[in-house]
Design a protein around this ligand. Sequence first.
Ligand code: ADP
Ligand code: MG
Length: 693
Amino acid sequence: MRPEILYPLFADISSVKGIGERSYKLVCNLLGGKRVADLLWHLPSSLVDRRYSPRIREAQPGRIATIKVRIVEHLPPRTSKQPYKVLVEDDSGQMLLIFFKVYADSIQKNLPVGEERLVSGKTESFNGMLQMSHPDYIVRPSEADKLPLIETVYPLTAGISNKMLNKWIKQALQRIPKLPEWLNDEFLRRQNWVSFNQALLRAHHPRTAGDLLPTAPERMRLAYDELLANQLTLAIARQKVKKQPGREIKGNGLLRKKVLEQLPFQLTTSQEKVLKEIFADQGAPFRMLRLLQGDVGSGKTIVALMTMLNAVECGAQAAIMAPTEILAKQHLETMQPLCEGAGIRAALLTGRVKGKNRKMLLDELAEGKIDILIGTHALFQEEVVFKDLACVVVDEQHRFGVHQRMGLSNKGCRPDILVMTATPIPRTLVLTAYGDMEYSKIDQPPAGRKPVDTRVLSVSKINYVVAALQRKIASGCRAYWVCPLVEESEKTDLAAAEERFETLRKIFGNDVGLVHGKMKEKDKDEVMERFKSGEIKLLVATTVIEVGVNVPEATVMVIEHAERFGLAQLHQLRGRIKRGFEASSCILMYSYPLSDTSRERLNIMRQTEDGFLIAEKDLELRGGGEILGTRQSGFCAFKLADIEAHKDLLHIANQDAKMILELDPELASPRGQALRVLLYLFERDDAVRTYSA
Ligand code: ADP
Ligand code: MG
């Protein structure tokens, strides 16, 4: 499938001379890949300029200098603690080369008395004498070319030296094939960009500090190529969906009316607005692929139900997929009574529905007796057959990536798809992860919500917090106590949660419960049930409660080690207590050491509840370079592009991708063919495959 021209870049890096068994694993980890291309994507982080070559007397101490010297005399140490010194000179004066813990033999061999050498390294002044400790380079004047005047420095890992990386990357650069140009000539000229090959070469040979910035032209070119591959993939996915005829879902509104009548509230203008957008999509003669963003508590569930009812009104079926069992059950609890009231059937299908019940459910589903199926990803197993599925809602699911979206349409049926996410995502990230979808946003919570009183306290105030909790609980409140679970040491964190549970139990007795990720699903649910019913009033939890659990009576949350959480996570957690219309309070407890970023995060949490603002700040604070958080949430991590720094390029790539497909939907033109190479280069094979399929 992959074009032959790219083979050299996709070869395993063990084919690079010098990468042996020992370094192989280390370098793969460092690069996050094991292909020759991964070496190329590893761009330098700094440079060492060795061009400063003064005479000894004129050398400024503290600078990196390359000096031509003659060896005068070796001064071996008298005790083993002293360094080995070598006196050297030029016409202007003398200096010392200093070596700690080095074999005298090798020094004598490398620096024979009377001969000349180029030495390069950091100089310093000691007792009025210039000296250089452990020169980085010692070479004969005849081999001056072995001394790189500008040395490229790469991000490293233990066991891999910069010299090794330089050597390997040099080989990788020699393997770049001549690739066809996939960018538009005029655009290249306007941007003043060089070819992809040239750009890679230059990016690996920076001349100044400016060349290392994301704004350097060669880095921009490379970033653009990667972003274009990303945007083109999404545009192709979108084109594929749009090309498929969909059915026109235009229900008569009767079921929707019956459900709305049962609600104790009216839809907000924001909910009305997104529903209008969704109904318009459903009514159009092609498939819907829409993202619905709405903060925690903004009222997405009812929007999902309305969307599904529209399909049911047309005699079809609908399904909603939640990421966890607890959430699926919660949806059932909300939706089932409303559906019954409207005279239709909703049912739950999870991995735990087994045996006879499962068989019966599946039969009824196939016969069309169930109108709305609620479940986890078990919904999309092969054995699950609908009579006539017209609408799928995917709830709070970042992991539902573009590949799955493409996969769903391969299932034979072509339902409309609505993806709902409660994580406010900054606009730029929406574009990189969901650029193939239409986009709606509930930007306003139901009226009358009281703001959460958020306080930031040092853990030293824990007694005060416990006392306040006692008062709250005595007055009938329910509360969460969140202990962090940090991946690297789940065990110790679990221990911390259990320990906290024990101490709190001494104070609160049987009012306290514990729920954590290591518990069996059944036990988890049971504890949650007891918390919901009020049997437990204080729930000690690891972050398992993060996702969507709805206990309206819970109005207090204490988060321990709040400094360890990311902004998005804190926001999600706090959302758990924003459900009711009563005042609620959140206490963020921190421990030292507190980094500037953590402090800033906590401040933001105190200042705002606007999820979108929080998300923007989050991206800003993390910086585009730090992709950890985004990788966890399932967003694609870029190798060459820096989402913050290259935001503008992303928008251009988005437009470019659309235009490309408009002019050449099959990518058949010469530029189209070149773009296919680009897609393969950035491992978007799926996107290209849709053409051959
Ligand atoms: P989320 O967007 O987090 O899924 P939900 O759909 O669970 O939010 O809604 C949160 C709460 O707000 C629910 O208790 C729901 O009944 C209520 N709610 C939804 N829409 C409205 C509205 N228009 N007016 C008042 N309350 C509403
Ligand atoms: Mg929800």
